[in-house]
Design a protein around this ligand. Structure first.
Ligand code: ADP
Length: 605
């Protein structure tokens, strides 16, 4: 889609000013310019030109004591001072010069017209254009007090052949299904009107960041072939109270003019947050929200303006915004599942050259939990890696390495671990892998590496699920906790001391065991009682406790117990397989990176 600039409005006062300046120019500047055309010569030259019959026209201005004359072809104008010369008239007459009253006005009518009318118009239109551009620019700035007050400065996209279509948005089939109805409505509104069906005025796209909400909104506009207005919620909120509201009005006015069209407000939570009713709240934001609500009520159903909005914090929206008649349809745009991930990878791989060995299914499996934006990034990283190594095509290895880059950062080329540290890291990672491999409900190990990464990880063990998992059993979570504690357990067994290397494992293990107790109802004491609620589903999943201080203490005790039990289990598994642990750790120490297959081969040998 192409973004187009706002149409410039005819400013009547601007034209009046141009006219006034034009007149002034003619009265004051014109005579001056014309004067400049006249070349001053001495009387002798005049006399000799007369004698040589070179004078075309002559005008004697007695009152200003000067003679104006032209050459034979009337192309150049001269002037000279008047001298007491009684024979002048006769001489001029004899030379064939014509006597004239208004040489200056007569000279070159085209030039005169150009200078008098065309040039000034061109100059002032130029200045006017420049000024109005300045005004438009300033309208968007934070200090737009004087100019362009309350301009919405929404980006407007018009239909174009290169617009985003549904086929560019991979996966997200449910969301697309839902939005296709809107496209259909924009194509044939009459079918809906006949039945009396009304399209929802507002549709809310909710989901984690980078899942393609903006893309979907653009795709609706692209498919329906209608203009697309796009604005971010934060753009409405200005320094001065009332300006956001004015922007909302302007946006809707423009949209109604262009109907049928789509208005997209990204990050609507910036203006749509719950009004908390506190004194001294955010007046500007609330006024903007009120204006938005009023505008939404104001436009008729089936008016052809469809409002789309995106947010990743739906729970923070004001209930007035989500009530029926406003944003009453909610389209979830979730993180893609395995098939979705594969499709997204393929969509983005269209833009790059990929070798035949690339297995997008495997990459999709490895990149579990990645959003569309991350997958796009993975493909791009892979292409960059291919260029870096001087290849023309992207290989499977590029793709796999770029997953690690996106997850764990780049390889640290010059991080120098001491021999002892390297041994500890190798042992730690094999600890994770071995505990995982020895338990039945664990994802298979894909790769183990002890090459440090820019994220700070000194090594990691990558486990990849075979298929898609939507549910996790209690055993699976417990096994996961055991796997997380496996690294530390191996250090304890082999070196008899512990290091800081397990900090990330500890964090994750604690989170999991807490969730088991407070949210998944997996503890005997609390049964199916929710002790925590998730407040921020799509942004990291922050939780808030909803229980008494005594219960909290009990929860903490249980969290510790759960982790301890699993740590114990990991230690047991490792000591039962002590020989394999040493063997594998040595192998990893030597190779630095080993695959899951190599790992299994040694384990099963
Ligand atoms: P959101 O608005 O949900 O934060 P965007 O729509 O801005 O996410 O997506 C960011 C980028 O991620 C897009 O430009 C696109 O390259 C990629 N992307 C996200 N989801 C998809 C998808 N389903 N199919 C293809 N590309 C996607």
């Amino acid at each position: 889609m192409n973004e187009v600039k706002q149409p410039k409005k005819p400013l009547i006062y601007y034209y009046v000013i141009v006219l006034l300046v034009l007149m002034l120019f003619n009265f004051l500047a014109m005579p001056w310019i014309l004067q400049r055309q006249v070349r001053e010569v001495d009387y002798g030259t005049f006399i000799s030109m007369t004698e040589e019959k070179q004078v075309g026209q002559v005008e004697i201005q007695a009152e200003s004591n000067q003679i104006i004359f032209t050459d034979k072809d009337n192309t150049a104008v001269y002037k000279t001072g008047m001298v007491d010369d009684p024979d002048l008239t006769a001489r001029l007459y004899n030379s064939g010069a014509k006597f004239s009253g208004q040489i200056i006005e007569q000279m070159s009518p085209i030039l005169s017209f150009l200078l008098t009318w065309v040039l000034p118009i061109v100059i002032f239109i130029g200045i006017g254009q420049w000024m109005s551009k300045k005004m438009m620019d300033r309208a968007g700035g934070p200090n737009s007090m004087a100019f362009g007050m309350g301009k919405s400065n929404a980006k407007i996209y018009v239909k174009s052949s290169e617009g985003i279509r549904f086929s560019d948005v991979a996966g997200e089939d449910e969301a697309k299904e839902n939005l296709k109805e809107i496209v259909d409505y924009l194509h044939n509104p009459n079918i809906y009107k006949e039945v009396g069906a009304a399209m929802p005025k507002g549709i809310l796209l909710v989901g984690p960041p980078g899942t393609g909400k903006t893309m979907l909104a653009k795709a609706v506009a692209g498919e329906a072939n209608v203009p697309f207005f796009s604005m971010s919620g934060s753009e409405f909120v200005e320094m001065f109270v009332g300006m956001g509201a004015a922007k909302v009005r302007d946006l809707f006015r423009q949209a109604k003019e262009k109907a049928p069209c789509i208005v997209f407000i990204d990050e609507i939570d910036a203006i749509g947050k719950k009004r908390d009713g506190q004194i001294g709240g955010n007046d500007e934001r609330e006024q903007t929200l009120n204006q938005l609500l009023t505008e939404m009520d104001g436009f008729e159903e089936n008016s052809g303006v469809i409002l789309l909005a995106a947010t990743n914090r739906p729970e923070s929206l004001d209930p007035a915004l989500t009530r029926p008649g406003r944003f009453d349809r909610r389209v979830p745009v979730e993180l893609p599942d395995m098939k979705g991930r594969e499709e997204i990878l393929k969509v983005h791989a269209r833009k790059i050259k990929v070798s035949d060995d690339a297995d997008f299914g495997k990459v999709a499996r490895m990149a579990s939990g990645a959003s569309g934006a991350e997958l796009a990034n993975i493909v791009n990283e892979a292409a960059l890696r291919a260029v870096r190594s001087g290849r023309k095509v992207v290989t499977q290895a590029d793709l796999e390495e770029s997953i690690e880059v996106v997850i764990a950062g780049y390889q640290k080329k010059n991080a120098i671990l001491t021999d002892k540290e390297k041994k500890i890291v190798a042992c730690h990672e094999i600890g994770h892998a071995l505990v995982a491999a020895m338990q039945s409900h664990s994802a298979p190990v894909q790769k183990i590496t002890i090459v440090p990464r820019t994220s700070g990880a000194l090594g990691y063990t990558m486990q990849v699920e075979e298929g898609e998992h939507y549910l996790m059993s209690k055993e699976e979570i417990e096994n996961k906790i055991a796997t997380l504690t496996g690294g530390r357990a191996a250090e304890e067994l082999v070196f008899g001391s512990i290091t800081t290397g397990a900090s990330n494992d500890i964090e994750q293990a604690t989170k999991l065991s807490r969730a088991m107790i407070t949210r998944y109802g997996m503890s005997e004491e609390f049964d199916m009682v929710a002790m925590e609620t998730v407040t921020n589903q799509y942004l990291g999943g922050d939780t808030s406790l909803a229980c008494s201080a005594e219960t909290q203490t009990q929860i903490d005790q249980q969290v510790v117990e759960t982790v301890k039990k699993q740590h114990e289990k990991a230690r047991r598994i490792l000591s039962e397989n002590r020989q394999k642990l040493d063997e594998l750790a040595d192998y990893l120490y030597e190779k630095e990176t080993i695959t899951g297959d190599e790992f299994m081969a040694i384990l099963n040998a």
